[in-house]
Design a protein around this ligand. Structure first.
Ligand code: SF4
Ligand code: FES
Length: 253
């Protein structure tokens, strides 16, 4: 019951299992964590929250949203903290002016392809996108509205041919492309937690969508189970060659 009231803290990436410990500095604080820990998790264990969208500690880091960028003294660029492991003596900064500007720019792009209906959205108040927009201080979106998939009508009031409505056809979940930011968490959860490989991302850019990873008739079949419908591996059929060679084989009594 407690979990419904106080959600468990999310450290961003799974815990490392190494017994070897590594000490580094994050925002001026010394942090000691097992070797193989991500910088994001090391920061979270020290009470420093790095903004994130695609990372969660129940699946491996993927590094797709680019919101968790950090600066490391002596290293070029701004690596993603979820996919960068700790190393001894690193000096990491998570809150510089450059990082704030980069994160605001990333969030601005996400919000430019997202309906601004927070007040009527069922996730209002319990939405990571909303939380992160606030965390990075995004107030305005400079990009003009374009006819993307989430508008039923285009800017001149005509039906938008790119519009994709919400899909409620699956008995277990609804998929609303308007709200999806293509973080791939659901795809990774299917692979790493459930082991079903049921979902994948298809398309590129504005056309990226979550879709079934494999057609049920190809690798999976839907079956009735006591718990309801379920996807199970389809029965393997012998290939034509082995079938014919089997039938040609003389039967033994
Ligand atoms: S539907 Fe999947 S990919 Fe889209 S936002 Fe949700 S978890 Fe991420
Ligand atoms: S949280 Fe690191 S790239 Fe998304």
């Amino acid at each position: 019951m407690k979990d419904f009231i106080i959600p468990d803290r999310d450290f961003g990436t799974p815990a490392a299992k190494s017994k070897q410990m590594v000490t580094l500095s994050i925002d001026g604080f010394d942090v000691t964590v097992p070797e193989g820990t991500s910088i994001m998790r090391a920061a979270a264990e020290a009470g420093i929250q790095v903004p994130k969208l695609c990372a969660t500690d129940s699946v491996d880091a993927f590094g797709s949203c680019r919101l968790c960028l950090v600066e490391i003294e002596g290293r070029n660029g701004t690596p993603a903290s979820c996919t960068t492991p700790v190393a001894p003596g690193l000096k990491v900064h998570t809150q510089t002016g450059k990082l704030k500007q980069l994160r605001r720019g990333v969030m601005e792009l996400y919000i430019s392809d997202h309906p601004l209906d927070c007040l009527t959205c069922s996730a209002n108040g319990d939405c990571e996108l909303q939380d992160m927009a606030g965390a990075v201080g995004l107030r305005d979106v400079r990009y003009e509205a374009v006819d993307t998939h989430f508008r039923a009508r285009n800017t001149s009031g005509e039906a938008n041919p790119l519009y994709i409505p919400r899909d409620d056809s699956n008995p277990y979940f609804s998929y609303d492309p308007q709200k999806c930011i293509v973080c791939s968490r659901c795809v990774r959860a299917c692979e790493e937690v459930q082991g079903t490989f049921a979902l994948t991302i298809e398309g590129r850019g504005f056309d990226s969508r979550v879709s079934f990873g494999a057609k049920p008739t190809m690798r999976w079949r839907r079956t009735a189970s006591p718990a309801g419908l379920a996807f199970r591996p389809a029965r393997r059929r012998p290939c034509r060659k082995s079938r014919s060679s089997r039938s040609a084989r003389p039967r033994t009594p």
